[in-house]
Design a protein around this ligand. Structure first.
Ligand code: ZN
Length: 381
């Protein structure tokens, strides 16, 4: 019994409430068994009952008392290690009870949020079951992920509709995405989940081509550049092509510039720390070369993208001087990333007419650099 209980308390979907329920159930069972033993009923212990039946023996009073004491001890200890939850938390399980009474137990801000949830007018679009399921899920998540939720103001402000939207994008629910985009023109397609990812990033990360295409039709879509980098890093060629078909890439400068170079903070690339996972100096073609994505490198080359050769190490141009002084580590790293891309088999073989000659030239250059810049040693070998 303890093994089963132990297993039931583990896993991803377990919350404080499931644990509480299981423990409560186990403790009630222990009480029931004590009552059974008092009546000399041993059916709740199959092995013991079988043994008694086979041997036609009966248990002495001492043994019965010992078993009962053991069960009572277990009951007490479970109660000690898992104290009953405060009833004040019950609203998390059922936010549809008496809202005012529940709100008085919360801070003003939390109370306001609960009322918002319970009276969100847009929710009428969804079936009652839907609302119940999602409100419940949201409240639980809010309770369980308290730290992340408190520090992330944007997540705090997600409406249930937005949560449903992000979830549909993540799981590739095409009908829901299509319906929401058609019927809710005012929906914020750039809302982000508690991890700072927007719908486009979630759809691309989970290889949902159709959802990606539907999202790309929306105006003012943010982080298209970041979604492209994401698709490249995962080698999702069809999605890369879909994103490159977006009007943002009609102008090829978007393809050759890195998040660092655009510096316009226009949300094309995610510029906040948790929104992107790519080094700020990486361009689509550098990334494709690093990842040995031949087909993607080919597509990007055809679109006019190239990896710019870093300036000479001793270059004294304004840009080099500025970056060297401003952040010499980033400057070094961006040079390494560029050379790593230039030297990759995918880029070499597809971009030069004579890959062997190009490789030889490059390796000479890297050998010289390795003597100057220690970080280059790794790539010259
Ligand atoms: Zn320079």
């Amino acid at each position: 019994m303890l093994n089963t209980l132990n297993l039931a308390l583990q896993g991803k979907a377990v919350t404080v409430f499931t644990v509480q329920d299981k423990i409560k159930g186990a403790r009630t069972k222990l009480k029931l068994w004590c009552a059974c033993i008092d009546c000399r009923e041993f059916d709740c212990f199959p092995t013991l009952a079988d043994f008694l039946l086979e041997t036609k023996e009966t248990l002495g009073d001492d043994t019965v008392t010992a078993i009962k004491e053991h069960l009572q001890g277990l009951h007490m200890q479970l109660g000690k290690y898992f104290p009953e939850l405060d009833v004040d938390f019950e609203w998390i399980r059922n936010p549809f009870g008496d809202i005012i009474e529940q709100c008085t137990k919360l801070s003003i801000q939390e109370g306001n949020s609960l009322v918002d949830i319970a009276s969100d007018g847009g929710l009428k679009m969804w079936s009652n079951d839907d609302i119940q399921r999602h409100t419940l899920a949201k409240s639980r998540r809010m309770a369980m992920r308290r730290p992340a939720y408190m520090f992330n103001a944007r997540y705090n402000s997600l409406t249930l509709i937005e949560e449903r939207f992000l979830e549909a994008a993540e799981y590739g629910n095409i009908p829901v995405i299509r319906r929401m985009l058609e019927e809710l023109p005012e929906i914020n397609v750039n809302c982000v989940d508690y991890m700072g990812q927007n719908a486009l990033q979630l759809a691309v990360a989970n290889e949902h081509l159709e959802v990606t295409e539907l999202l790309l039709e929306k105006e003012n879509l943010a982080r298209i550049g970041d979604a492209l980098l994401l698709a490249i890093s995962k080698g999702y060629i069809r999605i890369v092509e879909a994103i490159l078909g977006h009007q943002a890439f009609a102008d090829t400068t978007k393809l050759t510039s890195s998040p660092l170079q655009t510096e316009t903070h226009d949300d094309f690339f995610a510029y906040d720390e948790d929104g992107t996972r790519f080094s700020h100096d990486i361009t689509p073609i550098t990334l494709a070369s690093h990842c040995h994505e031949y087909e993607i490198v080919h597509i990007l080359l055809r679109k006019g993208a190239r990896i710019a050769r870093p300036h000479d190490y001793f270059c004294k141009c304004n840009s080099c001087l500025y970056h060297q002084r401003h952040d010499s580590f980033s400057h070094s790293r961006s040079r390494i990333n560029a050379y790593k891309g230039l030297a990759s088999p995918a880029y070499l073989s597809l971009s030069s007419e004579d890959p062997v000659l190009a490789a030889l030239e490059l390796s000479n250059e890297l050998a010289v650099l390795a003597n100057i810049e220690k970080e280059f040693k790794l790539y010259a070998e």
